[in-house]
Design a protein around this ligand. Structure first.
Ligand code: F6P
Length: 335
């Protein structure tokens, strides 16, 4: 193992709960093994502007429990240009940084891959995004916390939905991925879950709901992924209203899903991935993401993380249909 590298760490793209735990693990593992560690602020934009400082182990004291990211983050349009990346590389060289660890999602990894192709810099990615949409890891940092946050909101909406006999269409984040919707839908006992991985046509949804309504169902929850492709919450609401006389509300949970203290799962995952990323750098690995697959650390070429499709077990969707249908049946018996 080579030692004594100059390693920069940054968080990039949308923040995710657990990024701080990952930063802490990177900084402390790096220092433990005799490397010099740097914090790069505001993602690639901070890299371009040279917003970089050497950090010691105390820089990351008491942050494992905090949401957000102490290094802050950004989506940099300047970094999408060759000139921007050249400026960024020059900043890294000014600090003597020879390797970087990027905590982020697919956009951040595309940027890292591009930088590595163009300039002599070593780089490893750590999957940090609530979307859980990266190939090469079972879970991304922040997903578990986001799901629990959304679930808490759905539970509360369930109370008001049943008090008012309303149908709620709840939109959750995930960009083009339906993982957050799938997990929150199942956890929240949703009657329907709409995700891009298995698009449901609106007429089918409407007839299912009509059957539930006629069977005496008083309230209902539909969880819809923001990347759902058949129409979006507003269009679905309008389609249902044309057929069923049900009081329907749309609730978009939004950025609340990105904040909050990370769950125990995310803290442990982030710590392990941060630790593994430094070992990968010290082993001279580059242009790869470190993930956890079947409980073991795995390195995946960065390009595969966005070009290959992460498998989703659609049995969970089928299972939810069965569980929701059983709820209607039970009602049919009691009314
Ligand atoms: O990638 C994380 C994410 O929260 C997505 O789920 C969402 O589509 C997007 O970021 C929102 O981005 P922004 O915070 O830039 O509006």
């Amino acid at each position: 193992m080579g030692q004594g590298k100059y390693i920069g760490v940054l968080s990039s793209g949308g923040d995710a709960p657990g990024m701080n735990a990952a930063i802490r693990a990177v900084v402390r593992t790096g220092i433990y093994h005799g490397n010099t560690m740097f914090g790069i602020k505001r993602g690639y934009q901070g890299m371009i502007e040279g917003d970089i400082e050497q950090v010691n182990r105390y820089f990351v004291s008491n942050i494992i429990k905090d949401g957000g990211t102490v290094l802050q983050t950004a989506r940099s349009s300047e970094f999408l240009t060759k000139e921007g990346r050249e400026k960024a590389f020059k900043s890294l060289k000014r600090f003597g940084i020879d390797s970087i660890i990027v905590i982020g999602g697919d956009g951040s990894f595309r940027g890292l891959h591009q930088l590595i192709q163009e300039f002599p810099i070593q780089g490893i990615g750590v999957p940090g995004t609530i979307d859980n949409d990266l190939y090469g890891t079972d879970f991304t940092i922040g997903f578990d916390t986001a799901v629990n946050t959304a679930l808490e909101a759905i539970d509360k909406i369930r109370d008001t939905a049943s008090s008012h006999s309303r149908l709620f269409i709840i939109e959750v984040m995930g960009r083009t991925s339906g993982y957050i919707a799938l997990y929150t839908g199942i956890g929240g006992g949703a009657e329907d879950i709409l995700i891009p991985e298995s698009p449901m046509q609106i007429p089918q949804l409407v007839s299912e709901l009509e059957a539930q309504y006629k069977a005496g169902k008083k309230s209902s929850i539909i969880v819809i992924a923001e990347g759902e492709t058949t129409g979006g919450a507003a269009e679905i609401k309008a389609a249902i209203e044309r057929v069923i006389n049900w009081d329907i509300k749309v609730s978009v949970l939004g950025h609340v899903q990105r904040g909050g203290d990370p769950s125990a799962f995310d803290r442990v995952l982030a710590s392990r991935l941060g630790y593994e990323s430094v070992l990968a750098v010290m082993n001279n690995e580059t242009d790869k993401m470190v993930g956890m697959v079947n409980k073991s650390p795995v390195l995946t070429p960065l390009q595969d993380t966005w070009t290959k499709k992460k498998d989703m077990d659609l049995t969970y969707l089928k299972m939810n249909e069965v569980l929701a249908a059983q709820q209607v049946k039970a009602l049919e018996v009691t009314v």
